[in-house]
Design a protein around this ligand. Structure first.
Ligand SMILES: NC(=O)c1ccc[n+]([C@@H]2O[C@H](COP(=O)([O-])OP(=O)(O)OC[C@H]3O[C@@H](n4cnc5c(N)ncnc54)[C@H](OP(=O)(O)O)[C@@H]3O)[C@@H](O)[C@H]2O)c1
Length: 242
């Protein structure tokens, strides 16, 4: 891996897939910055990672995203992992007809504009290298109640393809995970987590759901393979075919 002494920024790096990517990148000798909203989670991640730059920032707010990059002279690779499944503000079902408009705007603000803020502030520090954006199974697998997240992640895939041309020679790719064992899924399914995960695993050709580390390996592949560009890399155990 050509990551030794490379500067890598991971937004959403304090947990799950982002944290696993930070860990692996550090094992390959990279200098890693992780950003996320919750200071305590960042602190815990820093204890796990050791020698990592942490910064509190909500990707939905441009001024906070700007701060992530301000102190960096150079960025070689940017990974935007940040994204939630809901705003956490109200107990709505996420459906278009019944969810307040402000909440429906949230996934677009967080996932699409968040990525745009990150890319715009990273670019002055990048001359080559890569940007990896986050999609997910909702881009191709419809489930009632997640239409706006689906629009956001499908939009991210389309945006990445365009940026792969526009930002040349910087490469831009998207990773699209299926079910991955992370705190996000644990929070989403609560008490039923084990049951849901076992049922999901049984339907997959792999007979298991993915791990954050397996996903991190896919992301490092996108970062380090100099001919990967404009791609959507699915890491879903073949789940999109069933
Ligand atoms: N796990 C899966 O099965 C799966 C499948 C497909 C796609 N994904 C996507 O992969 C990404 C990472 O998910 P994960 O499973 O690793 O979840 P996770 O363990 O909850 O990690 C999410 C990370 O992003 C941060 N984050 C969330 N919202 C943020 C915001 N607005 N601004 C800045 N940081 C933010 C979180 O920290 P704070 O909460 O402290 O900000 C945390 O560091 C998400 O976009 C998710 O939708 C996950």
């Amino acid at each position: 891996m050509q990551l030794k002494d490379q500067s890598i920024v991971i937004i959403g790096g304090s947990s799950g897939i982002g944290l696993a990517t930070a860990k692996l990148a550090k094992e390959y000798g990279a200098n890693v910055t992780i950003a996320a909203r919750t200071p305590e989670k960042l602190q815990k991640a820093a204890e796990v990672l050791g020698n990592v730059r942490t910064i509190v920032a909500d990707i939905s707010h441009e001024a906070q995203v700007k701060q992530i990059f301000q102190e960096l002279d150079q960025v070689n690779h940017l990974f935007v992992a940040a994204g939630s499944l809901s705003t956490g503000r109200t107990e709505t079902d996420g459906k278009i007809a019944s969810t307040p408009l402000e909440e429906l705007k949230h996934p677009i603000t967080e996932r699409v504009f968040g990525a745009i803020y990150a890319i715009r502030h990273a670019l002055p520090k990048m001359s080559e290298g890569s940007i990896t954006l986050m999609s997910g199974l909702f881009s191709t697998r419809p489930i009632p109640g997640v239409s706006v997240i689906a629009a956001a992640v499908a939009g991210i895939e389309a945006m990445a393809r365009t940026l792969a041309l526009e930002l040349s020679p910087i490469r831009v790719n998207t990773v699209s995970p299926g079910y991955i064992d992370t705190p996000l899924l644990q929070a989403a399914f609560g008490d039923q987590y084990e049951q849901v995960i076992q049922a999901q695993a049984a339907t997959l050709p792999t007979k298991k759901i993915g791990t954050a580390e397996e996903t991190a390996r896919a992301i490092l592949f996108l970062m380090t393979n100099g001919f990967m560009n404009g791609e959507v890399l699915h890491i879903d155990g073949g789940g999109r075919f069933i």
